[in-house]
Design a protein around this ligand. Structure first.
Ligand code: NAD
Ligand code: TDX
Length: 342
């Protein structure tokens, strides 16, 4: 693997992956293909050496552009997507266009030039799990987690288009021999995450003198993983994964939203009740939980950033030290949420 296209490499997880590869794998040259939507930001790549990373601003659904780039590389790692559930409930169209047509365009080019393809997806394609407190018998070890055998059962326009994109990749492997793997990861946190998402929204609210906003009763559970561990998981699959296989990436980080918010408030020196309950998300998934045994045992991957409190502390510090990165966007993001009572 010497010449790699990273789609969506100017977004949150994609740019962290580009940093990871530049720092750990000096032989790789990267072309980032990114449309720079509201979620993409050139600044995420600004500190990287130009001789290692080139940014092409363009759409993954632009077949001519994709064809011209794919013919010169050996690997495509596909992060680009419309990624926010709340936005997909307002306007599903960009999700259908980018997540489905965009992925289709990429895999067509990869099959034409026999390029290795890795598809980055989400645990949300499997729908949700019941809360542990609603299961007979409570506590650790109770209740199933998602594995790669779980049935697809997505809830939102976002997760259904991600599910559709996974199925396209699976079909292209079987019908056309596309050399592809898929990963489905749980909720990421870390630097460069857009402030529309839960953790950065609450941190930047506090830094802006706005009270944090919790959807519903805050009992919904997410399985948090530091984005650097997601990057090492994707790299492991790219280098050791079996073609046609799906690997789930997760770091056993289940927490309910109320607990995460309480920790943010504590770490930032705020009172425990200094937040607002706001309107719940329509169709809000209850719980996600990943069983990553296959990736750990078959490919030898282990997450490194498993202390959530420390990871959160470092993330708070990053948003404090990088106000110029997010401050100009804050007003618009909050105005959009306010329209929905959120
Ligand atoms: P993000 O919204 O921060 O970044 C998406 C990037 O894709 C942006 O840079 C954007 O400009 C680019 N993009 C969007 N449409 C494009 C198009 N048509 N052509 C080219 N570029 C386009 O998203 P993220 O949170 O970094 O997620 C990246 C990927 O990881 C997505 O595929 C998402 O489904 C998946 N994922 C995310 C999480 C999470 O917790 N955020 C968890 C599991 C999987
Ligand atoms: O202000 C908020 N208050 C709140 O309580 C926001 C923005 C969210 N929430 C809740 C909703 C979710 O239960 O926090 C949880 C996390 O919300 P998001 O950050 O929007 O993430 P989620 O919907 O879980 O999806 C994320 O993880 C899976 C990513 O956005 C997806 O791209 C990924 O596939």
């Amino acid at each position: 693997m010497k010449k790699v296209i990273v789609t969506g490499g100017a977004g949150f997880i994609g740019s962290n992956f580009v940093h990871y590869v530049v720092n750990h794998h000096p032989e790789v040259h990267i072309t980032v293909l990114d449309k720079l939507t509201y979620a993409g930001n050139r600044a995420n790549l600004a500190k990287l050496p130009a001789e290692r990373v080139k940014l092409v601003v363009g759409d993954i659904a632009d077949a001519k552009l994709v064809d011209s780039l794919a013919k010169d590389v050996d690997t495509v790692v596909h992060y680009a997507a419309e990624s926010h559930n709340d936005n997909s409930l307002e306007d599903p169209y960009p999700f259908v266009q980018t997540n489905l047509i965009g992925t289709y365009t990429l895999i067509e080019a990869c099959r034409k030039y026999d390029v290795r393809f890795h598809h980055v997806s989400t645990d949300e394609v499997y729908g949700d799990l019941p809360l542990r407190e609603d299961l007979p018998g409570k506590g650790i070890g109770v209740g199933e987690k998602f594995t790669d055998q779980a049935p697809y059962n997505p809830s939102s326009p976002y997760s259904s288009t991600k599910a559709g994109s996974d199925l396209l990749v699976k079909a292209w492997v079987r019908s056309f021999g596309l050399r592809a793997t898929i990963s489905n990861c749980s909720n990421n946190y870390g630097p460069y995450q857009h402030i529309e998402k839960f953790i950065p929204r609450q941190i930047t609210n506090i830094l802006s003198g706005i009270r944090p906003k919790l959807y519903g009763d805050g009992k919904n559970v997410r399985d948090w993983i530091h984005t650097n561990d997601h990057s090492s998981g994707v790299w492991t699959i790219l280098t050791k994964g079996k073609i046609g296989e799906t690997y789930l990436i997760g770091a056993d980080g289940e927490e309910d939203n109320k607990t995460v918010l309480a920790l943010i408030l504590k770490l930032m020196g705020e009172a425990p009740d200094a937040f607002d309950h706001v309107n719940n998300r329509a169709g809000h998934d209850l719980r996600y939980a990943i069983d990553s045994t296959k990736l750990r045992e078959e490919l030898g991957w282990t997450p490194q950033f498993i202390n959530f409190r420390d990871g959160l502390k470092a993330t708070i510090k990053w948003y404090k030290n990088n106000r110029t990165w997010w401050e100009a966007k804050k007003k618009e993001v909050e105005e959009n949420y306010a329209k929905n009572g959120q």
